[in-house]
Design a protein around this ligand. Structure first.
Ligand SMILES: [Cu+2]
Length: 162
């Protein structure tokens, strides 16, 4: 990678860590037994509160989560998620990339329908999406779309929340 590329990468990592440092929402999800064994890997920064809250959301919806406190930007690149669809964490399940605060419901649907695609993204961090919905956000619900990213990096709306 050339100097310019490395600078861009470091800058993106910095921006991502800022995104996540802003919010740390404590909220409690009632325990729920995992009926399915869905293994998902998540890359995030160590201080990302909303990332952890999203992981809790996945776990209470049947997912088995392995998380890493570094390498999220590298995971994005490796999995082929264009930066314009970026958020605070990147995940991988069964050959698909999951970027940002994607609801568990859409991940289940993705795995059921198995489209030829890179994966799903909820760009940025809309309030009201899973992990961004604790008391710290005062019940605010930003409208947002869950995007399906095709192999060319183009996105279509997979599910709209508005
Ligand atoms: Cu977030």
């Amino acid at each position: 990678m050339n100097i310019q590329g490395k600078t861009n990468l470091n800058r993106r990592q910095f921006v991502r860590s800022l995104l996540c440092a802003v919010v740390a929402a404590p909220f409690i999800v009632p325990g729920q037994s995992a009926a399915e064994n869905l293994s998902i890997e998540v890359w995030k920064s160590p201080t990302c509160g909303c990332c952890n809250d999203w992981i809790t959301h996945l776990e209470s919806n049947g997912f088995s989560v392995t998380s890493y406190d570094e390498g999220s930007t590298e995971a994005m690149i490796r999995l082929g998620v264009p930066f314009k669809y970026g958020s605070c964490h990147t995940a991988s399940i069964d050959g698909y990339a999951i970027e940002g605060h994607v609801p568990a419901r859409e991940i289940h649907r993705l795995l059921e329908e198995r489209p030829d695609a890179i994966g799903l993204s909820v760009p940025a961090m809309p309030r009201g999406s899973p992990g961004m919905d604790g008391p710290a956000y005062g019940g605010v619900e930003d409208p947002y779309d869950v995007l399906l990213i095709d192999q060319d990096g183009e996105a279509t709306v997979f599910q709209s929340y508005r």
